[in-house]
Design a protein around this ligand. Sequence first.
Ligand code: ADP
Ligand code: ADP
Length: 223
Amino acid sequence: MDAIRLTDVSRIFRAGMMETAALEEINIKVEEGEFLSVMGPSGCGKSTLLNVMGLLDRPTSGTVEIMGETVKSLSDKALAAFRNEKLGFVFQSFHLINTLNILDNAMLPLLYRRMSESKRRQAAYEVLERMEMTHRLHHYPHQLSGGQCQRVAIARAIVGNPEIILADEPTGNLDSKMGAEVMSILHKLNVEDKRTIVMVTHNELQARETTRTIRMFDGHQVG
Ligand code: ADP
Ligand code: ADP
């Protein structure tokens, strides 16, 4: 089965008379178990592509299928539940909640699930243990280094056991040592846990280590 399938997907942003085609007639299949990297210059549509794949944004036209499900037919509420179950997100700037401690941040995706508080806490503890962050459970994001913040964000991305992880420049705000650490975690999630990963990156070396790279330019896939 394809994990992700985009068919003739376009995303046009309109502001008054201005129209920007962030994506134009994109056709992409991501197979289960792939680690796909997405490259291209700033403004070419990479984030829009990831947002559409992650059901954070609906395309202007075209079809998005995730794990065999055509998502167009889902209501907003069903879409949110589907996204929560199937997809985990990692962002360049971490997107942690500054007023919540590390444990509560990692528990966030489970709030949508029918689970007791103690089960949620246990699940969050376990993913933080994998990320070697249990010594910081009651710290807040501003008390952590960037690398530690990203490890917490990855814990949050995987706590609900999603099949697909979408990462938008996950090492963009990290120095090379911490970036390498985060990449090694993503590779483990791909190889050992069989997660499908799509990652936007500007780093050719990182892209070379993924299973496939697509290149974008001006809303089009060019390679
Ligand atoms: P990248 O991630 O490759 O830098 P983006 O997907 O962020 O590119 O943007 C692609 C194009 O779409 C750019 O021209 C950008 O200005 C435009 N764009 C992105 N988001 C919006 C938005 N919310 N409203 C208007 N234009 C947008
Ligand atoms: P990592 O383990 O991700 O490589 P570092 O070695 O950079 O993290 O950080 C070591 C310690 O210093 C951590 O316990 C972290 O909480 C703390 N630390 C790092 N950067 C900052 C910062 N900007 N503000 C406060 N504490 C920090």
